[in-house]
Ligand binder design. Structure first.
Ligand SMILES: *Cc1c(COP(=O)(O)O)cnc(C)c1O
Length: 402
């Protein structure tokens, strides 16, 4: 993969101090009409909280641009707080972390195409194996490079996605150990329903995983690193801690699910803000935005904000944002990069005023969980959907470079 590709992938964002490729900026919001504020001390707090709870190593899962928070600054902050690993979905995400100078352990949890294996080896990136043909292809790439490829083996204990089926795990590991070329450093599984703590599947998955580990230990084939827990399991299933927990959503301070909330002490890291870009008084009977689905009933004050579905703010009705610490209604169709607000209750509203779409303003708050519920989805999709064009501005610790 070329450096150009990697830089493109990093989604370099405007940085007031002009350091392209390092989208980590001092907090200076004056020049933006809409932006994300990410509090890196919240990320660090959450990593430490997970360490306290689990007493295990923490893998900060920073796939999908750090769940929309910015993979590189989040990874830097998490590692500084003690995370020993970063987890990503794809090799190009791992390469972007290396490119930014991160030297922690990195696991690609998804599929890595065999032609990319030399690059993974060169960059000291660990990949996931779970299939015979895949392992053979990896091994031949590694032999050609005269190097060993670092791997973690994935076991399917009930997720029904990637992984060697638990019943086949012993045979697979015997075979894999004879294959050569691969350094088998870890073994892991993934839970399908840990975010529903009352459902028994997670307990059964843990039992199946423990049975696999026992079989492997009996033959001296158990790799040193063992991991299973995602954020929900790191909070709700102590038996799943092993050496390391792989946590995404909790390091961003967001609940794994409505039934699996975070305990106290976790802090959401992200706030989405915008400025009022227009405040106008319309006469009665005036259509607002595409389709005129909202028409003024009387003389009404209507504002606009420069946020739309191209930013990840969904094109659905009945939304709210915060202005002067009050909830105001989003009215009319959400456009690609604008939407309208009903401002009759906020007579002091003025062009340039700060609006919060996600996060806290005074005593009012709109959470990623609330937005998810509004959009018929989960908080994960809300933050992962925050568009690349939104500037990400980072604060703390001590509002300085890490
Ligand atoms: C995304 C992912 C995680 C992190 O899940 P969270 O629920 O965000 O903690 C852990 N493990 C694997 C394999 C993943 O794909």
């Amino acid at each position: 993969m070329s450096i150009g590709k990697i830089l493109e992938y990093q989604m370099t964002l405007t940085c007031p101090e002009g350091e392209p490729g390092l989208y980590y900026c001092f907090m200076d919001t004056n020049g933006y009409s809409t932006w994300l504020e990410i509090d890196l001390s919240a990320i660090q707090n959450n990593v430490r909280r997970l360490q306290q709870i689990t007493r295990s190593e923490v893998m900060a899962v920073v796939k999908a641009n750090g769940y929309g928070h910015g993979a590189i600054p989040v990874a830097q902050a998490a590692v500084k707080a003690g995370a020993t690993w970063c987890g990503v979905g794809r090799l190009e995400e791992a390469l972007a972390l290396r490119q930014a100078g991160l030297d922690c352990e990195i696991l690609v949890m998804g599929y890595t195409p065999p032609p990319a294996i030399p690059e993974a080896i060169a960059q000291n990136i660990t990949v996931t194996v779970y299939d015979q043909e895949q392992a053979e292809q990896y091994a031949s790439q590694a032999r050609e490079a005269h190097r060993r490829l670092r791997t973690h083996v994935k076991i399917d204990t009930g997720m029904g996605r990637l992984g060697v089926m638990a019943q086949a795990a012993l045979d697979y590991m015997r075979w894999l150990n004879r294959l050569g070329g691969l350094q088998i450093e870890g073994i892991f599984t993934h839970f399908a329903r840990a975010d529903e703590p009352r459902v028994s599947l997670t307990t059964r998955q843990i039992e199946r995983f423990l049975a696999v580990l026992d079989q492997l230990r009996a033959e001296g084939l158990c790799p040193p690193m063992v991991h299973a827990a995602n954020s929900a399991a790191a909070i709700y299933f102590q038996d799943a801690y092993f050496n390391l927990v792989r946590s995404g959503i909790a390091i961003y301070g967001l609940d794994p699910s409505p039934e699996a909330g975070l305990p106290s002490g976790f802090l959401p890291a992200l706030t989405w803000k915008a400025r009022l870009t227009s405040v106008k008084t319309f006469p009665p009977g005036h259509g607002i935005s595409y389709g005129s689905i909202y028409t003024t009933q009387k003389t009404e004050r209507i504002g606009t904000i420069p946020v739309g579905y191209a930013d990840g703010f969904r094109r659905v009705n009945q939304q709210q944002v915060l202005l002067f610490e009050q909830r105001v209604a989003v009215i009319g169709r959400v456009c690609m990069d604008q939407c309208a607000l009903q401002l009759d209750a906020i007579p002091q509203a003025h062009i340039g005023d700060e609006v919060v779409l996600l996060g806290q303003q005074g005593n009012e708050q709109i959470s990623a969980e609330e937005l998810g519920a509004r959009w018929g989805t989960v908080n994960y999709e809300v933050v992962c959907g925050l568009a690349n064009r939104l500037p990400r501005l980072y604060s703390g610790p001590e509002n300085s470079r890490l």
